[in-house]
Design a protein around this ligand. Sequence first.
Ligand code: GLN
Length: 487
Amino acid sequence: MTSALTLAEQVRSGTVSATEIVERHLAAIDESDGAVHAFLTVLHDAARRQAAEVDRLVAAGQDPGPLAGVPVGLKDNLCTRGVPTTCSSLILDGWCPPYDATVVQRLRAAGAVAVGKTNLDEFAMGSSTENSAFGPTRNPYAADRVPGGSSGGSAAAVSAGLVPLALGSDTGGSIRQPAALCGVVGMKPTYGTVSRYGLIAFASSLDQIGPFSTTVADAAALFEVMAGHDPLDSTSLNRPAPRSMGSLDDGVDGLRVGLPRELIDGVAPEVAARVAQAAEVLDAAGATVTECSIPELSYGLSAYYLLAPAEASSNLSRYDGVRYGLRVDGDDVEAMMRATREAGFGAEVKRRIMLGTYALSAGYYDAYYGQAQKVRTLIINAFDHAYRNADVLLGATTPTTAFPLGDKVDDPMAMYLSDVCTVPSNLAGHPAISIPFGTDAAGLPIGVQVLASALCEPLVFRVATVLESAAPPVTAPALAAATWSAP
Ligand code: GLN
């Protein structure tokens, strides 16, 4: 896969037209996505129109932007005006948003071309993309394995070479976990740096939009295009977003890297071995690597699985058969709403709504939701403490490599455990990146995770760049499209 920045450079300099690049990727999607099922909707006509507009600007001597002509996949929980936005749920059947998400607008303004909407776990709840009402996505490295989730379609699309860039959302790991399992770069920004306007809400205090790419520089470029204050999102930080592009190659000499036991112990031995290898790379590049312990991280998963469902139960109350998508008739309004929600939501979404409603209910609120909020504060404080002795933290992204389709669908607890290394950064609102770092013996990708404190994106990208340059070479996935090439 030619990097997004290289493609954009070719378009801006007039070497290759945006139309040619977009046609090449649309053809790859048409040919290869039957096996992967990364896309729910492919925007052939709109993408062609947008590419032609980029070419017109180039011909007129104007700059179409830093991502000129680069095909992008959008997770299907991002609102696209007039284009079905399903969240992989039957309850949004037939709904087309009347507006574009802020990130969609910013991508277009930067010259990027949206080529399609990608598959996800219903309402982004899941870790395997098997909770999609439209069927699972397959891992490009092994068709019988999951791509991870919930942004599995975006991760698989980039992994298979169908698009050089994609957007996902990360509430508890949904960018980093599928990135790790599919062998691509995935990054969750600091909460508030990227506007959530037009991102269909799952758990509003945790949700962030972020990039998927094949290179760290591409992820940084996409992040910079998206980031920055947006008055339409009340949680958007009203200050300039951190800039990383200028310091990507500054290296790690003198940096302090913490290796928290909690992000390594208990993961599969082959994954732990890659984290150790990554630590050696940073050490050799001049960083001081120190093992540490942040015991509070072990409580992250329990807190997350109370807070996220609590917020979801509130956010999803809007799907009532009146305002969006599906309506199943009933004798009165209440029967209609009950029948609509019964038919429209899948099992995992119903489970979360019930868990969340329970955690928020009178009599249980203090014991569950209130307690989880306190644990969240403990985790934030523990991170703050750790960052007094470390500039960044390094650990595993996921406890295992990609697991077989069907393996965990009947065991929600086992599925939830896939997020054990990623949820702490969401609870703290901190940035974190997963970058591909070799494979296991079966050839399945392994990701290592770099975490940092709020607004330290430049550090995250710098460390990731060093790891990327020393990572074992990436091999082509079994389901690679004709557009795939080694990064
Ligand atoms: N897998 C986690 C969950 O099911 C995280 C999902 C996400 O980040 N959207 O909630």
